[in-house]
Structures are given as structure tokens and as C-alpha cells.
Design a protein around this ligand. Structure first.
Ligand code: PSU
Ligand code: MN
Length: 300
């Protein structure tokens, strides 16, 4: 593991640091805008007073905090592979270039001593029953001490089943200024929440209470809904979702290709509207995570 000097310095001084994933850059957002957006996400963390640490495998080394060259490689190199927790060692051993998912980013962040993490959407239980497909994001968060700030999960997933799994796996779930579980492009996935917080300081208080009670070994999700003005049109969303799921089935897409396939399908079929929404929500999550990290560091 190689921790970027700025990140290492902030951690040693007990200052606020926010981990960022890299699969969203390589596989979640289209080229060439993805590099610019990756830089904007880091800037959003900084705007809240925290240090960003984008995580990836570069030349087989787990990097905690990327310089601009590494960020450009993740965004534009054709050899970049999507790396979950189980793939980390094999890609590292062959010196490969790997973009980390929520699961593997959370794993490496916690290992580096970073406990706040921002992304767009969490992985979860996929639709379809014959081939059961559940993201390692869930099982990893059940045993990783990290707070993940996200806009809920996409409706490409089985949202109800995902929420049940979050409960079974002891993964905490807080709504940020909402009592509805957000649906990524939409503010409301159709499912309610039991816990709502309204300030970064309240989130920091929950984090400290978890340490006190010994439940801090589990992940915690802070669900931050997309702003009303950035939400995708619901009719467009429903139409593209239906045709996208059918296209994935028809193309026989399985395994780790499912999520990137559906994300790209949305970006194409909405002619960029889903991309605009996606960028807005990720930036909002990065700003909120930065504010939570600052409040958490102040209360330590
Ligand atoms: N959901 C999104 N955007 C994304 C992802 C999920 O809205 O970019 C990415 C994240 O990296 C997440 C991964 O961890 O997809 C989940 O993939 P899978 O379902 O194969 O575990
Ligand atoms: Mn899967």
C-alpha cells in the first residue's frame, strides 16, 4: 500500500480525509468526461475542508490518494480492470491497473485508517432469481469500519431485497434530511427509512457512539438524496430502466459486467441526462462526506 504524502500527513495529524472509489471513474462514467469529473469530485471534498484520497491499484500497488497521472490512467487506459475485494491480490501480483469498487475501496480505506468514504451509488442485490447476483459491496460493508456516503442504490437493482440484506448484515443506514431511501437518479426509491440525521455533527455523534458500543466494525451508509433540481424525469427513468434490463438479458450480460452495462445504457439512452444527474449527486455526496469528516475529526 502506498499512501499519498498529503493523505498520510492529514491522517497523522488527525485531520479530515475522505476516500473515493475509482470504478465509478473507469466503468461508471463515460470517457472522456470521466477524468474531468474525477478531478471535480476531489475538488468537492476539498471545498468542505477535507483531503481526498482516491483509491486504485496502479502497477500492482494499492494507492491511497492518486496524483494526476494515476487519475488519468484510471480514466483513460484500456487495460484498467474492475477490482473487487477478491481480485485485489491477483491484480496486484501481476502488476496490473485496477479500479476499485465500493467494496475494495472500503476495504483499503479502512486498512489505511480512513473511515469516511464518498461514492455515487452502492451495489446491492440484482434483479432476477435464477442467477442470484449480490454485490460484494454488501458483504464487505458488513465487516468493514467505514461510513459510505451515497445516493442510495439504483433501480437497476432489487431495492427491497438490498434493504433487507443491509439489515441482516448489520450495516447501519441513515437518511440525510430524508426519511425515504434514495433511488440514485430519483430522490425516493419507494422505500422508507427508520433513521434520519440533519447535520454532519449528528453523523459524527453516531460514529462516536458506534465506537463506544462496539458496533463500529460494521459499515454505515449515509443516504444522501439527489437534489430536487437535479432529479431525472421519472417517466424517462422508468422507460429506460425497462428497456435496459431487457437489453442486458438479451445480451446475456452476467457477473461484474452487469452494473457497467446498465450504467452505460442509461447514459446513452437518456442522451446525457442521466450523466448530468449522476455527476450532480456524486459531487453532493463528496461535499457532504467532506463535511462529515471535518465534524468527525473535530469531535475526536
Ligand atoms: N452503482 C452506481 N455507479 C457505479 C457503481 C455502482 O450507481 O459506478 C459501481 C461501484 O463501484 C460499485 C460497483 O461498487 O459498481 C458494484 O458492482 P457489482 O454490482 O458488480 O458489485
Ligand atoms: Mn455481481
Amino acid at each position: 500500500m502506498l499512501i499519498h504524502p498529503e493523505v498520510a500527513e492529514a491522517l497523522a495529524a488527525g485531520r479530515a480525509v475522505v476516500a473515493l472509489e475509482s470504478t465509478i471513474i473507469s466503468h461508471g462514467l463515460p470517457r472522456p468526461e470521466n477524468l474531468r469529473i474525477a478531478r471535480e469530485i476531489e475538488a468537492a471534498v476539498r471545498s468542505s475542508g477535507a483531503v481526498p484520497a482516491t483509491i486504485a491499484l496502479v502497477d500492482g500497488v494499492a494507492r491511497i490518494g492518486l496524483d494526476d497521472d494515476a487519475l488519468a490512467q484510471i480514466a483513460g487506459d484500456d487495460s484498467v480492470v474492475k477490482v473487487s475485494v477478491r481480485d485485489l491480490a491477483s491484480v496486484a501480483a501481476r502488476g496490473g491497473l485496477g479500479a476499485t469498487t465500493v467494496a475494495s475501496t472500503a476495504h483499503l480505506a479502512a486498512r489505511a485508517g480512513i473511515h469516511i468514504f464518498a461514492t455515487g451509488g452502492l451495489g446491492g442485490v440484482h434483479r432476477g432469481i435464477e442467477l442470484y447476483d449480490e454485490s460484494a459491496d454488501l458483504t464487505t460493508l458488513s465487516r468493514t469500519p467505514v461510513l459510505v456516503v451515497c445516493a442510495g442504490v439504483k433501480s437497476i437493482l432489487n431495492v427491497g431485497a438490498t434493504m433487507e440484506r443491509l439489515e441482516s448484515l448489520n450495516i447501519g443506514l441513515l437518511g440525510y434530511r430524508t426519511d425515504r431511501f434514495p433511488g440514485f437518479y430519483l430522490r425516493d426509491s419507494g422505500y422508507g427509512l427508520y433513521d434520519t440525521v440533519t447535520t454532519p455533527e449528528e453523523v459524527a455523534a453516531v460514529l462516536h457512539a458506534r465506537t463506544e458500543l462496539g458496533t463500529d466494525g460494521y459499515g454505515l451508509v449515509l443516504a444522501n438524496p439527489i437534489a430536487e433540481t437535479d432529479e431525472l424525469d421519472r417517466a424517462l427513468h422508468d422507460r429506460v430502466l425497462t428497456s435496459g434490463l431487457a437489453a442486458a438479458t438479451a445480451a446475456g450480460v452476467t457477473g461484474k459486467e452487469v452494473t457497467p452495462f446498465l450504467l452505460a445504457y442509461f447514459h446513452e439512452q437518456t442522451h446525457g441526462a442521466s450523466l448530468t444527474a449522476n455527476v450532480a449527486l456524486v459531487l453532493s455526496n463528496a461535499r457532504l462526506a467532506g463535511a462529515v469528516a471535518v465534524a468527525y475529526a473535530a469531535a475526536a
